[in-house]
Design a protein around this ligand. Structure first.
Ligand code: PLP
Length: 396
């Protein structure tokens, strides 16, 4: 391995949400932070160099995005996903969530229905509500083996009442990467009900073999016409702090509407460092990403094996994508709140409690494993030690 993902780089005192808000969120500052979805790894060296070079120039005035910015996005999506984009399809957004909100405002009216698939990334529901749209849930369903699937009959019914479908693929927190067959069924149902697809694909680069991330918009020109796809280098290269993301809108009319809504807020400026980092990451990050995926896959295997061997009562289906593991504690004789506090107070691990992703997440905790293997090991040892003390290791 050319890159050293084992090396610990202290993030304390850098105003890192994940590290420096621990006391505020968990009531103690010594929990192992495995919550906020960013990584404890440094980005590719080329990105660090480019940002440092720009920072060395001491004037930080208004910035513009070069042609190379869009070209790098086109190159990346072509190489990684085999989808040929045109420059005029691209729209800058200072983050995927602001892009989603802008799209909801552009394509729906107050009171209109927007479908989501809980348990799902919590700002989806919140932003739909903040914008006075009607939240419609199409919960993912668990198969017998514990893995998640889409309830298509319910989706058909729910889309009939909606103007937009806000999907998350790869799905956070379940780790599902939707198959071509699933995406085609989604696309057909959205066609049937004339619903706009807002496809959050921020985790799309973080997919483990043999699974493959597919862009729903690339599967059929009819789907492309009704889809806004959101991608970003933020999760992939651990540069979320640069607030730089991309909307892909092949349909001219949809793009015009989205652009107009963005203009209302005058937020297309972007920031200097995001404008520098994105093209470098997308042009030079392939090898780094391949090695990162191997490392993350190893962390996932470590947790899967550990749970199977030592704590079989904590169920987890191996994620197909993302660096998030969705742990099912429902066999434990504790309430949801008690499990959460057990994790913090007894295991010393800061996780996201599952109900923040929807009521379906009660009894579940989300664990972010994008950290050094030694940290993952320590977290598992702490969890096991606490479970042993409480006698939960005996539960099957
Ligand atoms: C599914 C999903 N969408 C969006 C985001 C955040 O995107 P941004 O920071 O670009 O708004 C996250 C972060 O965890 C996420 O998991």
């Amino acid at each position: 391995m050319k890159y050293d993902f084992d090396k610990i780089v202290s993030r304390e005192g850098t105003d890192s949400e994940k590290f420096d808000l621990r006391n505020e969120i968990f009531g103690r500052s010594d929990v192992i932070p495995m919550w906020v979805a960013d990584m404890d790894f440094t980005p590719p060296a080329e990105v660090i160099d480019a940002v440092q070079r720009r920072a060395a120039h001491p004037i930080y005035g208004y910035t513009c995005r070069s042609k190379a910015f869009n070209q790098s996005i086109i190159g990346w999506v072509q190489r990684r996903g085999g989808w040929t984009l045109r420059p005029e399809w691209l729209e800058f957004t200072p983050g995927v969530v602001p892009g989603i909100v802008t799209a909801i405002r552009a394509f729906t009216q107050e009171g209109d229905g927007v479908v989501i698939q809980p348990p799902v990334y919590h700002p989806f529901a919140r932003q739909i509500r903040y914008n006075n749209r009607t939240l419609i849930n199409n919960p993912l369903r668990q198969r017998k083996d514990g893995s998640f699937e889409i309830d298509f009959e319910d989706l058909d019914e729910k889309l009939a009442q909606a103007k937009a479908f806000l999907m998350c693929n790869p799905h956070n927190p379940s780790g599902r990467v939707f198959t071509e067959q699933e995406l085609r069924r989604i696309g057909e149902l959205c066609e049937k009900h004339d619903v706009v697809i807002l496809s959050d694909e921020i985790h799309g680069d973080l997919v483990y073999k043999p699974h493959r991330h597919l862009h729903i918009a690339a599967l059929d020109p009819r789907f492309a016409k009704r889809t806004v796809t959101f991608i970003a280098p933020s999760k992939t290269f651990n540069i979320a702090g640069f607030a730089t993301a991309v909307c892909i809108v092949p349909d001219e009319e949809l793009h015009r509407k989205l652009h107009r809504e963005f203009m209302k807020f005058h937020i297309d400026e972007g920031n200097i460092f995001g404008s520098v980092a994105l093209p470098v990451a997308y042009n030079h990050g392939d090898e780094w990403l391949e090695q990162l995926l191997c490392y993350l896959d190893g962390n996932i295997s470590y947790v899967m094996d550990f749970l199977k061997e030592k704590l079989p009562s904590v169920r987890c289906v191996r994620p197909e994508g993302t660096y998030l593991m969705w742990l099912d504690f429902r066999r434990w004789p504790l309430t949801h709140d008690e499990i959460y506090h057990f994790m913090i107070d007894r295991a010393g691990i800061g996780v996201n409690e599952g109900s923040m992703f929807g009521e379906e997440g009660r009894g579940w905790m989300r664990l972010n494993i994008a950290t050094q293997r030694s940290v993952v090991r320590r977290a598992m040892d702490q969890l096991y030690g606490a479970a042993l003390e409480a006698g939960y290791d005996k539960i099957i």
